[in-house]
Write a protein that binds this ligand. Structure first.
Ligand code: A2P
Length: 318
């Protein structure tokens, strides 16, 4: 399934489904025009990326779908099954009867018959069909049982090979596990040396839920990220001593924690560099320095949705 270069992780309770540990993120800021995005994704396939992460709300499903079709035409891949595709249920469709229609809309955008992973994007429901920024008045708690039944329906119908969640707290995962007939395969959360989520990772490991990191580079240069990872003295010093880039040190650290990652670069050299994190490792001393890295969360729901009770509670627990 995956390229020769990238190791894979086997997902629990998913009939042995494997996922390349590095995926290419397709959420860009400012949003890349479709031709740029499509060319970058095609270049990524050529470079060896086999795992792609998109979401209904990113507006990049179409770009990814067109790039995959082109990659097949050009013979970069022989079959769609060589790719691992993740997309996400937008919060406006987070109730039982809206989930299957939502994944079908994503599949149409992607021009594929199934995705490998379908994820609940946010642990809230929005009362209206609305992209960000959203007003706090339309934010509601999730009815977990309802939305997860819809997600399980996607798997049963063969529209998604595996199902998971994103931005879920440990409490939410516990609630989900108590009602799920099919347990979530993974939780996609912000994680990097500057936001290590040790408790979450411990909890997920105990429950057989894989963790995937988003913003493994701190989403530098975007509206929601900053320089807390790539500008870190600790990471920069380790990079200099090892002859690696700061980005590679961060990605390698994530990998050594047993966590997979989705990282975005539409730049040819950087996308290549970001795959080149295997065949070397961090020393005990370097790992120790990174373990004690100052902690600060980058992406908060409050920054997108305002200070709302539900939102603040979730931010505080993530
Ligand atoms: P670009 O697309 O211009 O390369 P994250 O993976 O944490 O979401 O971070 C993505 C951001 O980091 C993007 O702005 C991306 O910009 C930048 N980026 C990705 N790879 C690297 C790298 N190897 N070195 C420096 N910046 C990078």
């Amino acid at each position: 399934m995956a390229s020769m270069m990238v190791p894979e992780v086997t997902l629990n309770s998913c009939d042995g489904i494997t996922m390349p540990v590095i995926g290419m993120g397709t959420s860009s800021y400012p949003r890349a025009d479709p031709e740029t995005a499509k060319a970058a994704i095609l270049e990524a396939i050529k470079t060896g990326y086999r795992h792609f992460d998109t979401a209904f709300i990113y507006g990049s499903e179409q770009d990814l779908g067109e790039a995959i079709a082109e990659a097949l035409r050009l013979g970069f891949i022989n079959s769609r099954s060589e790719l691992f595709i993740t997309t996400k249920l937008w919060a406006s469709f987070a109730e039982r009867d809206l989930v299957v229609p939502a994944i079908k809309a994503s599949l149409r955008n992607l021009h594929v018959e199934y995705v490998d992973m379908y994820i609940i994007h946010w642990p809230f429901k929005l009362k209206e069909v609305k992209s960000t920024p959203v007003e706090k008045e339309i934010v509601q708690p999730l009815d977990l049982k309802s939305v997860w039944e819809g997600m399980e329906g996607c798997k049963r119908l063969g529209l998604a090979r595996a199902i998971g969640v994103s931005n879920f707290t440990c409490n939410m995962l516990q609630d989900l596990l108590s009602i799920a007939k099919i347990p979530p395969a993974l939780n996609q959360v912000e994680m990097n040396p500057a936001w290590q989520l040790k408790n979450m990772r411990k909890f997920c490991k105990a429950k057989g839920i894989h963790v995937t990191a988003f913003s493994p580079l701190g989403a530098s240069g975007t509206k929601w990220g900053d320089d807390r990872v790539l500008g870190s003295d600790v990471l920069q010093d380790i990079a200099k001593a090892k002859g690696k880039t700061t980005a590679q040190i961060s990605l390698r650290w994530v990998y050594e924690q047993g966590v997979s990652m989705v990282t975005k670069s539409y730049n040819k050299d950087r996308m290549k560099q970001n795959l080149d994190i295997f065949g070397w490792s961090l020393t005990e001393e370097e790992l120790d320095k990174l373990t004690h890295h100052p902690q600060r969360k980058g992406v908060t729901f409050a920054s997108v949705l305002g200070a709302h009770d539900i939102v603040l509670q979730i931010d505080a627990q993530l």
